[in-house]
Design a protein around this ligand. Structure first.
Ligand code: EPZ
Length: 419
């Protein structure tokens, strides 16, 4: 099993171009399944989850090839509408192929998706929405056999009980090729939803209102292909900024999506870091010691503070002067990284959805295991700020969402090797 050896205790200094966004590339790859023409995706991040999506496309008869950070997908004819369970289990995003296949073919056979273990991650909202659009869904031994009796989903008025990102994406995909109009209320407003809709409009879809809570989609007979640049990854950006804030030093982040990162930046600047952001570049300088964040850091749907940045910011605040309080409102079990941070000397108390982080003067290197994608990035963040050497295992979790993270950390002046 591979591991990262990180030598901390030194200030960082460097420049880094932000990778393409995992949580935009994955639904867009599912959307490409609906397109009769060729789709060319630039700035597509080289991640294990992206390659999982490519394998799913392949098993449905699509062609998917990569040239550097460009993915070319052709879905002219499908060879099937069944995704094997082992492929479904590789990531959470596999469930988004349900909406794409129902839109394209009016049927599919899938199973419960995999993904980071952040507590129960049901798909009830996905299934309820697909049923409202006319799909009959039968469960058989863990498999979900879905079929639209008329061979095509129907537009519907849908209100989500919670602005679920994945359920919003599934409805949008299914509705693009449905018969009639779909109105989705209480939709997720994450920037990745807007990027998906931007891609779909280039392919001929009729979508209005994305980025807000109510989205209207008029179904079309078919979609063409297009060329689309995947948006930058705001969570990877938050990660690398947190690393420099934690270790001290200064960095420039280029290819940054600044408006989309505002909910994170507005909290990060409360730690005392100097942040200058403009025209796609973010400059950050971190002094001797961060200040604790006075107000409670509540994770919320966008445009609230992003849950995916909770772990890395917590790692940065482990050495802050004062006590910071986190409240995780999106997932039931998203504090699994705290055990490893405590092993490095952090003082963190978890009480249900609240984590109290009392800043300590120093952290020390330790052996720690990553248990999920963002928790793993938090361990690297803390290791860079710790005195001594840390050994981080379970790094396949990290490779799911960060393209060559060791090269990125090295570009910032950090000392990390993959063994
Ligand atoms: C997406 O997951 C992201 N993943 C997650 O990023 C991100 O944390 C999450 O949105 C929230 O922003 C991808 O885009 C691939 P949800 P998703 O549906 O769609 C509950 C990362 O680190 N829920 O908005 O699964 C659910 O259990 C990953 O990149 C239901 O109860 O998130 C959770 O508590 C981690 N029933 C909450 O809603 C449902 O049918 C939010 O989930 C669907 C969701």
């Amino acid at each position: 099993m591979q591991k990262f050896i990180v030598t901390g205790g030194r200030r960082l200094r460097g420049e880094l171009a932000l990778q393409g966004c995992k949580n935009s590339a994955l639904p867009i790859m599912a959307a490409a399944l609906m397109c009769r023409g060729e789709c060319v995706l630039t700035d597509c991040p080289k991640l294990t989850d992206v390659y999982s999506a490519a394998r799913i496309l392949g098993c449905l008869g699509c062609k998917c090839s990569f040239e550097g950070n460009t993915a070319v997908i052709s879905a002219g004819t499908l060879s099937g509408t069944e995704i094997p369970e082992e492929l479904m289990r590789e990531m959470r995003s596999s469930i988004i192929f349900m909406g794409a296949m129902l839109g394209r073919a009016g049927e599919c056979c899938v199973s419960v998706p995999g993904g980071c273990e952040l507590g129960p991650r049901p798909i009830d909202m996905h299934l309820a929405a697909m049923r409202k659009m006319g799909a009959e869904i039968r469960e058989d031994g863990g498999r979900l056999i879905c079929r639209c009796p008329d061979g095509r989903p129907k537009g519907a008025r849908i209100t989500l009980p919670f602005p679920s990102v994945g359920a919003t994406e599934n409805v949008i995909l299914c509705a693009c090729l449905a018969e009639g109009e779909t109105v989705l209320n209480n939709a997720a407003r994450e920037p990745e939803i807007c990027d998906l809709c931007s891609f779909l409009r280039k392919c001929g879809a009729d979508i209005r209102g994305d980025g807000g809570s109510s989205i209207a989609i008029s179904g079309k007979e078919s979609l063409s292909g297009c060329e689309h640049r995947i948006m930058p990854d705001r969570i990877a950006g938050a990660t690398y900024l947190s690393m420099t804030a934690a270790a001290g030093g200064e960095m420039i982040l280029t290819n940054a999506c600044i408006p989309e990162m505002e909910p994170f930046l507005s909290v990060l600047e409360q730690t005392g870091c100097s942040i200058y952001a403009g025209s796609g570049r973010i400059f950050l300088r971190s002094g001797a010691r961060l200040r604790a964040v006075r107000d409670r850091i509540r994770t919320m749907p966008h445009p609230g503070f992003p849950t995916d940045a909770q772990a890395v910011l917590m790692a940065a605040l482990a050495k802050a002067d004062g006590t910071s309080v986190f409240e995780e409102n999106i997932f039931d079990c998203r504090y699994r990284h705290t055990d490893a941070l405590v092993k490095m000397g952090a003082d963190i108390q978890v009480l249900g959805k609240v984590a109290v982080v009392k800043g300590v003067a120093s952290l020390h290197g330790a052996k720690a295991e990553a248990t999920d994608l963002r928790g793993g990035a938090a361990l690297i963040t803390a290791a860079l700020a710790a005195d001594g050497v840390s050994e981080i295992t379970g790094i396949s979790h990290i490779d799911r969402g960060y393209e060559k993270i060791e090269e990125a950390v090295t570009a910032l002046g950090g000392r990390i090797v993959r063994r």
